[in-house]
Design a binder for this molecule. Structure first.
Ligand SMILES: NC(=O)c1ccc[n+]([C@@H]2O[C@H](COP(=O)([O-])OP(=O)(O)OC[C@H]3O[C@@H](n4cnc5c(N)ncnc54)[C@H](O)[C@@H]3O)[C@@H](O)[C@H]2O)c1
Ligand SMILES: O=P(O)(O)OC[C@@H](O)[C@@H](O)[C@H](O)[C@H](O)CO
Length: 382
C-alpha cells in the first residue's frame, strides 16, 4: 500500500504520517517547506519524541517527500491507495487543483483501484469541503468515474502537537503527547476498509467531530485567549491560573450541555472527557504557546467553528453561556504580529467597533442579546 500525505508539519509528521508509516505503508509527504523536503529526502527517517510518563523516542522510517506544487504530486495521486492532509483548513482549496489533475490522470491511466482521501484538519467534515473544491477543478467528464472510484472520507483528529522545542536544530524532530485519536467515517470509504493501527472506524462521525472540536478546541482556544490577556506564554501556564481554569471548564461544560442534548452523550462520561482534556492542557512535558493555539482568530470566530457554534447551540436549547461569552470576548482581544488574521481583526475593530466586527466575523445578529453580552464583556477586559 502507498500513501501521499499533504503537510509535513506538526500533525503530519507527529501523528498521521507516523501512523501510516508505522502501519508499513510506503509514505510520501508533499509540502512547500524546502528545508523539510530536503531533510526528509536526505534521511528518509525522523524522530518523534512521545512525551509523558513513559517518554520515548520513536523513529519513523522509510519516508520521502515531494514539493506540493510540482507535477510529482499529480503522478503520485494517479497511483497511491490513500491520500491524507494536515495542511490547515485554508490550504485545502489550494491543493485541490493538483488533486483534481491527479485524479484525471488516474482515470486516463485506467486505474480503477479504489483511492481514499482523508483530510485531517480541525474542521467539521473537512474532506467533504475538499471534495467540493476538487470537483470544481475536475472536468465534468471525470465526475462519474470519481464518484465510483474515489472515497472522500471525513475524520476527527486529536493529538496535541506543538512545534518542536526551542533549541532543536533538527527541522524534522517533533514532540507529541501520548494521547491520540483518529476517527474516520467508515461509510465513506471505497473498496476494502483499511486496517491501520490507531485509526478508528465509525458510522457516527458527526458526534465524534463535534465532541472533539466543541470541547477540546473550544477549551483550548479560550485558554489561549484568556491566557494571552493575563500575560501567560503557554497553555500550561494559562490553565494553571485558577480564574482561567474556571472559565475554560465552564465553557466546555456549557458546550457539553449542547452536545449531550444533540447527541445523547452520557453526562458522567462527558464530564470525565472534560477533566481528561484539562489535564492534557496542563501537560508539563509540552511547551505549547498561546499564540499557536490562538492562531487565525477569524477562523476560530467563524459561524461553524469552536466558539460560535457552541454558543448558537446554547441559544437553540435555551442553555447558559456566560463562560462562552467570556471566551469570545477574549478572542476579540487576541493580538499577534505574526498572524495576518490577527492584524485584520484589529483593523476591523478600529474601523467599526466590536459590535459590527463580531457580527461580521461570526454571522451573529448585530442587535442580538448575545452580541450585546460579548461586547459588554469585551469592553470590561483590560
Ligand atoms: N498541531 C496540533 O496539535 C493539531 C492537532 C489536531 C489537528 N490539527 C490540524 O492539523 C492541521 C495542520 O496543523 P499543524 O499544527 O500540523 O500545522 P503546521 O503548520 O505544523 O503544518 C502544516 C504544514 O502544511 C504545509 N503546507 C502549507 N501549504 C501547503 C501546501 N500548499 N501543500 C502542502 N503542504 C503545505 C506547511 O509547510 C506545514 O509543514 C490543521 O488543520 C490543524 O488544525 C493540528
Ligand atoms: O489547529 P487549530 O488552529 O485549529 O487549533 C489549535 C489547537 O487547538 C489544535 O491544534 C489542538 O492542539 C489540536 O486540535 C489537538 O488535537
Amino acid at each position: 500500500m502507498k500513501a501521499l500525505h499533504f503537510g509535513a508539519g506538526n500533525i503530519g509528521r507527529g501523528f498521521i504520517g507516523k501512523l501510516l508509516a508505522d502501519a508499513g505503508i510506503e509514505l510520501v509527504f508533499a509540502d512547500v517547506n524546502q528545508a523539510v523536503l530536503d531533510a526528509l529526502n536526505a534521511r528518509h527517517e525522523y524522530p518523534v519524541h512521545v512525551v509523558g510518563e513513559n517518554a520515548q523516542v520513536e523513529t519513523v522510517k522509510g519516508v520521502s517527500a515531494v514539493n506540493s506544487t510540482s507535477d510529482d504530486v499529480i503522478a503520485l495521486i494517479a497511483e497511491v491507495d490513500i491520500v491524507t492532509t494536515a495542511v490547515g483548513p485554508q490550504i485545502l482549496e489550494r491543493i485541490a487543483g493538483s488533486v483534481a489533475k491527479g485524479l484525471a490522470k488516474r482515470s486516463d491511466n485506467g486505474n480503477t483501484r479504489p483511492l481514499n482521501i482523508i483530510a485531517c484538519e480541525n474542521m467539521v467534515r473537512g474532506t467533504s469541503q475538499l471534495k467540493q473544491h476538487v470537483l470544481k477543478a475536475l472536468p465534468e467528464t471525470y465526475h462519474a468515474w470519481a464518484e465510483q472510484n474515489i472515497g472522500f472520507v471525513d475524520s476527527a483528529v486529536d493529538r496535541i502537537v506543538p512545534p518542536s522545542a526551542a533549541g532543536t536544530t533538527d527541522v524534522l524532530e517533533v514532540t507529541v503527547e501520548t494521547f491520540s485519536e483518529w476517527i474516520v467515517d467508515k461509510t465513506q470509504f471505497k473498496g476494502t476498509l483499511p486496517t491501520i493501527a490507531g485509526m478508528e472506524l465509525t458510522d457516527n462521525l458527526m458526534a465524534f467531530v463535534e465532541r472533539k472540536l466543541f470541547t477540546l478546541n473550544t477549551g483550548h482556544a479560550i485558554t489561549a485567549y484568556l491566557g494571552q490577556l493575563a500575560g501567560h506564554q503557554t497553555i500550561r501556564d494559562a490553565i494553571l491560573n485558577e480564574n482561567i481554569h474556571a472559565v475554560v471548564k465552564g465553557a466546555m461544560q456549557e458546550s457539553g450541555e449542547v452536545l449531550i442534548k444533540r447527541y445523547g452523550f452520557d453526562a458522567t462520561k462527558h464530564a470525565a472527557y472534560i477533566e481528561k482534556i484539562l489535564s492534557r492542557f496542563e501537560n508539563p512535558y509540552l511547551h505549547d504557546d498561546v499564540e499557536r493555539v490562538g492562531r487565525q482568530p477569524l477562523r476560530k470566530l467563524s459561524a461553524g467553528d469552536r466558539l460560535i457554534k457552541p454558543i448558537l447551540g446554547t441559544l437553540e436549547y435555551d442553555l447558559p453561556h456566560d463562560n462562552l461569552v467570556q471566551g469570545i470576548a477574549a478572542a476579540m482581544h487576541y493580538r499577534s504580529t505574526q498572524d495576518p488574521q490577527a492584524q485584520e481583526l484589529v483593523e476591523l475593530l478600529e474601523k467599526q467597533g466590536p459590535q459590527a466586527t463580531l457580527a461580521q466575523i461570526s454571522g451573529l445578529d448585530a442587535n442580538s442579546d448575545v452580541v450585546a453580552a460579548v461586547v459588554k464583556a469585551y469592553n470590561a477586559m483590560p
